[in-house]
Design a protein around this ligand. Structure first.
Ligand code: UGA
Length: 472
């Protein structure tokens, strides 16, 4: 089928390349001519595992090309809208890019079009879009509107496209549902050449969920908000564990065994980030408020998340006492592993706080350094974790990259000024670290002192605590 995908960001480019991989002929459009030119040369604007190969292969096979929005909407009957919906200052989603695409469709497309909104949008946006597109009926445009929310995660977006749990479509009529089923048939049947797994084996077929457009839009916001709620919940449980001397890993494991709760998204840490959860929770609160519902539960989810960095800084302060002038190694900048995305990344907020407080931060991330440097030139960026750890008085883990699980800790021990690790993602094996002479602090789990017997007196915070205790 001939399909156009408008927007060459994370969602659009992934969708375009994957639709091309399952056999469609795809025209991917963007209003950034520079980005289109780079894409035509096979240069991607962001890092996503497997995507570059997929773009190269599908372009070479003649099933993926890049063009302007005007050409794309003129050319194809099926149009996926995958443009950004960033937050406005008041927390609402900015729908101007979606509206611009609708205008372009109205001005350039003639005949029948299936317009599929994939961008994350507030409920009733589909209805609004439909009204806007109907203004062009007199010019010969007939549109069916479909909401097809995406559930791709950055870092595993390709895998998520090919092996989703469910595909949700919100439709106005049966014909649109049938066309969408045709588009997704290879995924629904799990019959395709998988770019992620050499042999997929017997994979579970995804559920096909057909709803009205309003419900489909709500499924997306409600899903992201619910997952964010799980994270804030476990983060509070972690704080409680810290306060009473329990272990959040054991608590989460015990909770997650109940299938009604599930074990996913119960990893505590420095909070959720990225371009989806923070903005979607905020937007969902606003959407509910406009509809007369006070979703105060989600406001608290946001509040808890906003305090995670403050909480982590307190942990650092407890160990280092004074932050000014301290040499701190920061490992991990991306908002999660396998992406170079630093938008709303907790690590960036921490970087800002530490630099503001006068720490000398040496940062390292396997993928996200260029993007961080562009927004935050003040830090020192290192080419590997060991260089960042040189003379450090604390090593902080902010993103759970696999690389950090395979570190030569004896080497790090020889480089640092003080063997202190604060793990903001509970990513490391604390027992191993303490066995190798590190003082290991994590989130909601007991702090582990060095097994090599680091004298307490080396810890300035402990010295100060001792002094204060004596004074009392
Ligand atoms: C999220 C959803 O998971 C996708 O289903 C959705 O399609 C996407 O948003 C979107 O709306 O486009 P993503 O933002 O890529 O995907 O990342 P997640 O893997 O969901 O992680 C979000 C944040 O939560 C990260 O900062 C991560 O570190 C944090 N997190 C996640 C935790 O702190 N604890 C957890 O247990 C899980």
């Amino acid at each position: 089928m001939k399909i156009s995908v408008i927007g060459a960001g994370y969602v659009g480019l992934t969708t375009a390349a994957c639709l091309a991989q399952i056999g469609h002929t795809v025209c991917c459009a963007d209003n950034d001519e520079g980005k289109l030119n780079l894409l035509r040369k096979g240069i991607l604007p962001f890092f996503e595992p497997h995507l570059e190969e997929l773009v190269t292969q599908t372009c070479a096979a003649g099933r993926l090309r890049f063009d302007t929005t005007e050409v794309a909407v003129d050319d194809c009957e099926v149009i996926f809208i995958c443009v950004g919906t960033p937050p406005l200052d008041n927390g609402d989603a900015d729908l101007s890019a979606v509206a611009n695409v609708a205008r372009t469709i109205g001005q350039w497309a003639r005949g029948h079009r299936i317009v599929i909104e994939k961008s994350t949008v507030p409920v009733q946006t589909g209805q609004q879009l439909k009204r806007q597109l109907q203004l062009y009926v007199s010019r010969g445009l007939r549109c069916d509107l479909v909401s097809n929310p995406e559930f791709l995660r950055e870092g595993s977006a390709i895998e998520d496209f090919f092996h989703p749990d469910r595909i949700v479509i919100g439709v106005e009529n049966d014909e649109s549902a049938e066309r969408l089923q045709e588009i997704y048939r290879p995924v629904l049947e799990q019959e395709f050449q998988c770019p992620v797994h050499s042999a997929c084996g017997a994979r579970k077929k995804p559920s096909w969920v057909v709803t009205d457009t309003n419900s489909a839009e709500l499924i997306k916001h409600a899903s992201n908000s619910f997952l964010a709620m799980k994270i804030s919940f476990i983060n509070m449980v972690a704080d409680l564990c810290d306060a009473v001397g329990a272990d959040v890993t054991q608590v989460a494991r015990g909770m997650g065994m109940d299938p009604r709760i599930g074990s996913a998204f119960l990893n505590p840490g420095v909070g959720f980030g990225g371009f989806c959860f923070p903005k979607d929770v905020q937007a969902f609160v606003r959407i509910a408020a406009k509809a007369g519902c006070d979703f105060s539960l989600l406001k608290e989810v946001e509040n808890i998340n906003k305090k995670r960095i403050e909480h982590f800084v307190e942990k650092i302060r407890k160990e280092l006492w004074v932050i000014r002038g301290r040499k701190i190694a920061m490992w991990g900048l991306a908002f999660k592993p396998n992406t170079d995305d630093v938008r709303f990344a907790p690590a960036l907020e921490l970087l800002r706080v530490l630099v503001r407080e006068g720490a000398e931060v040496s940062a390292y991330d396997p993928q996200a350094m260029d993007k961080t440097r562009a927004v935050f030139p003040e830090a020192r960026y290192c080419s590997n974790p060991y260089e960042a750890a040189q003379d450090a008085e604390a090593v902080l883990i902010l993103t759970e990259w696999e690389e950090f699980r395979n570190i030569d800790w004896d080497r790090v021990r020889g480089l640092v000024d003080r063997p202190l690790v604060l793990d903001g993602r509970n990513a490391l094996d604390g027992a191993e670290l303490s066995g190798r002479g590190f003082h290991y602090v994590s989130i909601g789990r007991p702090t582990l002192a060095s097994h090599l017997g680091e004298p307490e007196a080396e810890n300035p915070a402990a010295v100060e605590r001792g002094r204060m205790a004596e004074a009392l």
